[in-house]
Design a protein around this ligand. Structure first.
Ligand SMILES: Cc1cc2nc3c(=O)[nH]c(=O)nc-3n(C[C@H](O)[C@H](O)[C@H](O)COP(=O)(O)OP(=O)(O)OC[C@H]3O[C@@H](n4cnc5c(N)ncnc54)[C@H](O)[C@@H]3O)c2cc1C
Length: 297
């Protein structure tokens, strides 16, 4: 297992000994078997469900206005395998958005700038193997271009972090990460952390992203990179607080992808590249008309 993504990618792309397997065609089970050792108590399940509902409804004391915005269907994810397939059908085939993924993937508003597969992937509603094979089918039946390649490239990142977790185990959760390099000057400053998590830092680009996360449990990849960089490199807060906040909020939370990306952003992963973003420039480049910021603030 190479330490650096590029080596990992090249090893896979150039070596025919690592084929991605076919989908396993399975039939829908007609019966669910009860596991003898699980003590299912209906009451506690119901209690848990109502607690969860309570929590979701009161999430971060969301104002009525925001609730109205969310209930209009803005990124309203529906769970389950069927919904995952519906999204794939829509994104790849009906709207033909895979064709332009590379140009749109850094967007921040709405359904169509990226696939939104992550919540289904993270919860096991669809397999990355299935998505991969559908990309191959698309390349054969429609077209193969930079965008179809890029979607495979992103799935490889997901794969990479899974293997990194396998290789390094619990080190990904350590302050010094998998690199064993103690970051300089980061502290567990709860005041700064509170401002960050509630979207009240005063930097409107960061705040808009953090509010989106707080209100709906999702954030674009562009946003995630920026707010993580801001927490660590501008506010000098221990990166693990950020990773734990993401863990508690993201509907696509995935152990390897979350902690792997945070290691990376905090400079304790294995990539020498600098992950310090210029927030003003990022806001200018990715939200030039302040449309995104106005949506959430
Ligand atoms: C600090 C930080 C934390 C993150 N935490 C998570 C997490 O908990 N769960 C999660 O699924 N992703 C995480 N990501 C990765 C990425 O932001 C999301 O996968 C992506 O935004 C999901 O949207 P999408 O499905 O539309 O992605 P698309 O752009 O359509 O990409 C397709 C798929 O590729 C994979 N992918 C894309 N980018 C990455 C990446 N950088 N790392 C790993 N896989 C990637 C995802 O499975 C994604 O669904 C994190 C990124 C950062 C910077």
């Amino acid at each position: 297992m190479p330490q650096v993504f590029t080596e990992f990618r090249k090893k896979l792309e150039w070596n025919r000994d690592f084929p991605v397997r076919q989908d396993i065609k399975h039939t829908i089970p007609t019966k669910l078997y009860q596991m003898g050792w699980v003590n299912w108590e209906l009451d506690s399940c119901i209690e848990l469900e109502s607690k969860f509902k309570d929590y979701v409804e009161n999430r971060g004391s969301i104002s009525l206005e925001i609730k109205a915005k969310i209930s209009k269907g803005y990124l309203e994810f529906k769970g389950g395998e069927k919904e995952a397939w519906n999204r794939l059908q829509e994104y790849f085939w009906d709207k033909n958005l895979l064709r332009i993924y590379k140009e749109t993937r850094n967007g921040m508003i709405g359904w169509d700038y990226s696939s939104k597969f992550s919540p289904w992937l993270a919860n096991g509603c669809i397999s990355p193997v299935t998505v991969y094979n559908e990309i191959l089918r698309y390349e054969e039946e429609r077209e193969s271009n930079d965008s179809t390649y890029w979607m495979k490239f992103e799935l490889l990142w997901r794969e990479f972090f899974r293997w990194i977790l396998r290789r390094h185990g619990k080190k990904v959760f350590n302050y010094s990460g998998i690199r064993r390099q103690t970051p300089n000057g980061l502290e567990q400053n709860w005041e700064k952390f509170e401002l960050w998590r509630n979207g009240e830092t005063g930097n409107d680009f960061v705040d808009a992203n953090m509010r989106e996360l707080l209100y709906i449990g999702f954030m674009s990849n562009r946003g995630r990179q920026n707010v993580a960089s801001y927490l660590v490199h501008r506010l000098n807060v221990d990166w693990r607080l950020g990773a734990e906040w993401f863990e508690s909020q993201l509907i696509d939370y995935d152990v390897s992808s979350n902690w792997g990306n945070w290691n990376y952003l905090a400079g304790v992963g294995n990539d020498p590249r600098n992950r310090i973003f210029n927030m003003e420039k990022q806001a200018q480049d990715y939200d030039p008309n302040e449309e995104y910021r106005k949506l959430w603030i």
